[in-house]
Ligand binder design. Structure first.
Ligand SMILES: *[C@@H]1O[C@H](CO)[C@@H](O)[C@H](O)[C@H]1NC(C)=O
Ligand SMILES: *[C@@H]1O[C@H](CO)[C@@H](O)[C@H](O)[C@H]1NC(C)=O
Ligand SMILES: *[C@@H]1O[C@H](CO)[C@@H](O)[C@H](O)[C@H]1NC(C)=O
Length: 373
C-alpha cells in the first residue's frame, strides 16, 4: 500500500466527519428517523417547577412532575419534546437564578437523549412575590440567600429575587444543552424572545420538507400577555419566504391562548365538534389580538395551534380551516388537581397527517383526533 493512498483514506474519513458535523450543527432542522415514516412530539405544558421550596410540599411536586414526564417519555418514545411554557413558577422562587429549576424540568428529556425546544409562559420570568405569612409570627424561613455583611448597608445581597429574565433563561438553556433547538428570536421582536421556526425534513432527503413548526412568545410575566403586531409581521415575512405557496403544512406553538379560543370554547355540557376530556374553565386569553390569528386563518397550510396556560382545559376545537388545541397540564406545580398528562402529536409524511392524543400519567390514552384539515 502506498503512502498517498493512506493519506487519501485519511482525507476521505476527515471529509465524512466534516459532513456529519455540518449536518448535526444545523440547529433548525429536525429529521424523521431513517426507516420511520412518522415523527412523534410530546408537549409538556405548565410544569411550574420551583414552587414553595422552603416546604416539603414544593420539592415533592417537582419529583412528581419528573415522574409524569419520565412515564410519558418511556411509553411514547418521542423524537422531540416541546416545553410549552410555565416551565417554572418564578414568582414563587426565592433564589436569584431560576435556571436551576428550569434545568431540572428539562432533565428527563435530556437524560434520555431526546432533543427539545421551549417557549416562554407568563410565569417563567416573574419577580418573586413575598408571601404574606412570612411577615407574621412564623417569620421568614431559612433561605438559600445571604445578605453579605461586608456589603454596603443598602445592598440586598442575594435576597433581591428579581427574577431571571427571559434572555438569561434562554442563554442558560442554550449554553448547557446541545440537544436544545430553542432560539433567541430576532432582536427587533424584544421583549418577546422565543420566536423561531424549525423545519421537519424526511430522513434521507433534507430538501423534502414535511412540516414547518413556528414557536412564538405569547408574553406575560414582565410585560403584557400578547403576540405583538411585530411578531405577526415577522411570522408573515418568515412564512412567505420559506413556504411561499403554502405547499408545506405548518404547525404553531405558544403558551397563552389567543382570543379566538374563546370563540370556539365548548360549553362543559355540549362539546360540539371539540375533542377532549377537560372542560373545567373559562379560556384565559391573551390581552389583545394584534393580527396573528388573521394571518394564520389566511394560510391554508396552517393545520393547528397548540397552547397551555389553562390547566383545566385539554380540548381541540375546529376553528375556520384549522384547529385550536390545548396541551394537557403536565406538572404537579400550578393550580388544579386534574390528573396529569401530555398531549402527543404524530406527524406522518406522504400523505401528510397530523394525529394527536393525550397520554396520562397512569398510562391511559384518550382524546385521539386527526388534525389534518
Ligand atoms: C445554531 O446555528 C447557528 C448558525 O450555524 C449558530 O450561529 C448558533 O450559535 C447555533 N445555535 C445553537 C444554540 O447551537
Ligand atoms: C444560573 O444557573 C444555571 C443552571 O444551574 C447556570 O448554568 C448559570 O451559570 C447560572 N447563572 C448565574 C449567573 O449564576
Ligand atoms: C462580601 O462582599 C465583599 C465586598 O464586596 C466581597 O469581597 C466578599 O467576597 C463577599 N463575600 C461573600 C461571601 O460573597
Amino acid at each position: 500500500m502506498s503512502l498517498p493512498f493512506h493519506i487519501s483514506i485519511v482525507f476521505l474519513i476527515f471529509l465524512i466527519f466534516r459532513l456529519i458535523l455540518t449536518v448535526h450543527s444545523d440547529n433548525t432542522t429536525l429529521h424523521v428517523q431513517p426507516g420511520s415514516s412518522s415523527f412523534k412530539i410530546v408537549l409538556f405544558a405548565d410544569l411550574h417547577f420551583g414552587e414553595d421550596t422552603w416546604t416539603d410540599w414544593g420539592p415533592r411536586q417537582d419529583v412528581n412532575s419528573i415522574k409524569v414526564m419520565s412515564t410519558v417519555l418511556d411509553q411514547e418514545h418521542p423524537d422531540f419534546v416541546v416545553y410549552l411554557g410555565d416551565i417554572v413558577t418564578a414568582n414563587n422562587i426565592p433564589i436569584k437564578n431560576a435556571s436551576l429549576y428550569w434545568d431540572q424540568a428539562i432533565s428527563p428529556t435530556r437524560d434520555r437523549g431526546i432533543p427539545w425546544s421551549s417557549v416562554f409562559g407568563n410565569h417563567d420570568d416573574m419577580y418573586f412575590e413575598w408571601p404574606m405569612e412570612w411577615f407574621s409570627s412564623t417569620g421568614i424561613p431559612p433561605l438559600h440567600c445571604r445578605v453579605n455583611v461586608s456589603c454596603p448597608p443598602e445592598s440586598e445581597g442575594d435576597c433581591s429575587f428579581k427574577g431571571t429574565t427571559r434572555s438569561e433563561l434562554m442563554m442558560n438553556e442554550l449554553e448547557m444543552n446541545k440537544l436544545s433547538y430553542s432560539k433567541f428570536g430576532p432582536k427587533d421582536l424584544w421583549p418577546s424572545i422565543s420566536n423561531y421556526v424549525l423545519k421537519l425534513s424526511s430522513a434521507n432527503n433534507p430538501e423534502s420538507v414535511i412540516a414547518y413548526m413556528y414557536f412564538l412568545d405569547s408574553g406575560g410575566g414582565s410585560y403584557p400577555e400578547v403576540i405583538s403586531s411585530a411578531q405577526a409581521e415577522w411570522f408573515n415575512r418568515a412564512s412567505q419566504e420559506i413556504n411561499p405557496n403554502s405547499r408545506v403544512p405548518e404547525i404553531i406553538f405558544w403558551h397563552i391562548p389567543s382570543q379566538a379560543y374563546k370563540e370556539v370554547a365548548p360549553r362543559s355540557d355540549a362539546h360540539g365538534n371539540c375533542i377532549g376530556s377537560l372542560f373545567m374553565e373559562e379560556v384565559a386569553a391573551q390581552g389583545a389580538e394584534m393580527g396573528m390569528m388573521e394571518l394564520l386563518e389566511g394560510r391554508s397550510s396552517v393545520k393547528a395551534v397548540f397552547v397551555g396556560h389553562n390547566h383545566g382545559l385539554d380540548w381541540c376545537c375546529p376553528y375556520k380551516k384549522l384547529w385550536l388545541c390545548y396541551a394537557r397540564h403536565s406538572g404537579y406545580g400550578g393550580y388544579g388537581n386534574w390528573p396529569r398528562g401530555a398531549r402527543i402529536l404524530e406527524i406522518t409524511q406522504q400523505p401528510f397527517s397530523l394525529k394527536s392524543w393525550i397520554r396520562m400519567e397512569d398510562g391511559h390514552v384518550h382524546s385521539e383526533v386527526l388534525l389534518n384539515s
